[in-house]
Design a protein. Structure first.
Length: 349
């Protein structure tokens, strides 16, 4: 971001803020070529500024505020289509657009640097690097996500703790605004994908294919119904357009006809094959009754045969059980005889 890299700097410059897992913040100076032509040939020079800031816990996020406490947007590069024909043969150049002012007079001679770690948040005044505000967010747990967002025409620091609490702090004073228990983190997917957005909203993946959206702003909650969209807009089916005679005669699109309507029996004055026809049978009512009686007799005989088969199967089971009992008794008697004559000699029989 564009900030003061050293204490004695009088103007902002391009800097790279590096945060470590031990709570160390190192500021590196980036020296960019002055012109766009040199940018293509000369490399970017990176040098340590000597500035080191310390916090408790691993560093999560940085942000830069101007002297009025307004969030300073990061510089970005506007992309333009090189093949665009707007300017004819002129080659369009890509220019680096800086949202932050380029002089210390426009910045009011100082900035606010907001740094948040897993345990605490600090606000430093630049370029003096004086720590103005410190807030210990949690002692028993740690932060999973922290973002500097805009809320109600102001800026705040939104934090999501591992114990499920969502907290917001005012900037730059770090005054607690909200601390509410939302959802204890039991799934690492939530911890990896949770992020805060502007106007009091947050998102995370509740499953591999589902996004959960929440809000911690009452204004956003009141206007939620007006912001909900529809997947599609219901439209009534339009009526079929009347086909004119001239359109059908001179090159209109072909009209689909049913083959049965063109060449079927209906056009020949005969009944269609799809219609039901009455075919009288022989014997009338008596024949029907006789056929029914024959069917009933067949069913009765089949039932009797099944009953007889079941009875025979039952008798077979009884015989099998009797044979098993006889075999067990024979085995028992044979064992007793074997034990009786086991130790006797041949001459004792």
């Amino acid at each position: 971001m564009e900030s003061f890299a050293r204490k004695n700097d009088s103007a902002v410059s391009s800097c790279l803020w590096v945060g470590t897992g031990l709570g160390m913040v190192i500021i590196l100076s980036l020296n960019l070529p002055a012109s766009d032509e040199l940018r293509q040939s000369e490399p970017v020079m990176v040098s340590p500024s000597g500035t080191v800031l310390t916090l408790k816990g691993a560093v999560l996020t940085f942000a830069c505020l101007d002297c009025m406490g307004t969030l300073t947007h990061r510089p970005y590069e506007v992309w333009r289509d090189p093949h665009s024909a707007d300017d004819g043969d002129k080659t369009r150049k890509r220019k680096l657009v800086m949202h932050s002012p380029s002089s210390s007079q426009d910045m009011g001679d100082h900035q606010f640097a907001v740094i948040c770690s897993e345990k605490q948040a600090k606000v430093f005044s630049l370029p003096s690097q004086t720590c103005l505000y410190v807030h210990n967010i949690t002692e028993t747990s740690f932060l999973l996500r922290a973002d500097v967002v805009t809320l109600c025409n102001s800026v705040c620091l939104a934090c999501f703790c591992a114990n499920g609490h969502i907290m917001t702090l005012s900037l730059p004073s770090l005054r607690p605004l909200l601390d509410i228990n939302y959802l204890p983190v039991t799934d690492m997917r939530i911890a990896r994908t949770f992020c805060f957005t502007n106007e009091g909203q947050a998102l995370y993946l509740s499953s591999p294919t589902e996004i959960q959206r929440l809000t911690y702003s009452q204004e956003m909650c009141d206007n939620l119904q007006d912001m909900l969209g529809d997947l599609f807009t219901p439209v009534e089916t339009p009526e079929a357009q009347n086909r004119g005679f001239l359109k059908g005669l001179f090159g209109g699109s072909g009209q689909a006809f049913d083959r049965e309507e063109l060449f079927g029996e209906a056009t020949a004055g005969k009944a269609s094959r799809s219609l039901a026809q009455h075919i009288p049978g022989s014997g009338g009512i008596e024949g029907v009754r006789g056929a029914a009686g024959g069917v009933i007799g067949d069913l009765t005989r089949a039932r009797i045969a099944l009953d007889e088969r079941g009875q025979k199967l039952g008798e077979l089971d009884e015989r099998t059980a009797s044979m098993m009992a006889s075999a067990e008794a024979f085995s028992k008697h044979a064992h007793e005889v074997m034990l009786k004559y086991k130790d006797k000699k041949w001459y004792q029989f």
